[in-house]
Write a protein that binds this ligand. Sequence first.
Ligand code: PMP
Length: 393
Amino acid sequence: MFGNLKAQPADKILQLIGQFRADPRSDKIDLGVGVYKDATGLTPVMRAVKAAERRLWETETTKTYTGLAGEPEFNAAIAALVLGGTITPDRVSSVATPGGTGACRQAFELIRLASPHATVWVSDPTWPNHLSILNYLGMNVRTYRYFDAETRGVDFAAMMADLSLIRSGDVVLLHGCCHNPTGANLTLPEWQAVADLLERTGAVPLIDLAYQGFGDGLEADAAGLRLIAGRLPEVLIAASCSKNFGIYRERTGALIGLSEPARREVTQGTLAFLNRQNFSFPPDHGARLVTMILNDDALRADWQAELEEVRQGMLSLREHLARELRDLSGSDRFGFIAQHRGMFSRLGASAEQVERLKAEHGIYMVGDSRMNIAGLNATTVPILARAILAVGI
Ligand code: PMP
């Protein structure tokens, strides 16, 4: 049997990590992997997470299974964080999942179960795992244009032109905020126009919210999603707690389904059924920490304050880099770096320029020129700016 297995293509980002580790240069810069790093290059455990863990250790009396859907308190807390109380509970179904990836996977499975012939529309580009899981599940996938290679913003006219082909029952995958890999995001009027289109066509939105709090703030980052949720009868939301709680390896996320109230019970039951088919009970540790933090005033205030420091730190790095590039190049063509939001920006460099950044300057980014802004600090920003111009970007 094992003889039938074929080698799977290596993950490009994991490959890049390996190359970075093997590079002996002491001044190398890692802008590849998608985790938040502070100015010293560490991915810290957040203060509120540590405090909640201590409290949990003291008070937890059992590690017996949680429910198939996870703990109701977690599902309520995460739905409130994402939806901000804008949706009546009789429309909300929710299950805990292993991270945002687990939520995406369960969302795709629900789509396949409900509408096996539906087409899932994803932005070009999108997070590569979307495509790889959709293909693995054998689902119909089409892309819509998204990134404008010239302005490095969203090519909204092209996006809407492509989405004019969607049909009732199709699913449109949207990044809630902090688009990965480009950093370019929809404005609120653009979200409005997308909602109009979805309403007109009867297509269903699936919103991947992996970076709430990393862009313009916890509320602002959910504004487009809430607009959609308030207007459309059916919505899927894949939420991740990996980044905004810094609990990557705890695998914490939720799949939320918004339906008409009459369909809530069956939707909730189906979400729990899908959990059972794939892994039974979802991981609990991270979900419990998130619940404790969100439901405790002091822990929540401290978490929000630290998240805000993280967000502001990335924003000042963006502004610093854009300023540095403007001064060195004497042009405004890098202004998009300060406009983008979240951890990533797509520079719009060629594969050859990305390779030269690595070979000649020890600067590592993903081959499509996605860079992780959080990999920078005040010292490395000017180094990167000079290197970007030296390789002719
Ligand atoms: N969606 C997007 C767009 C992402 O960038 C990520 C993280 N890289 C995820 C979902 C899922 O993250 P996780 O499974 O670690 O929660």
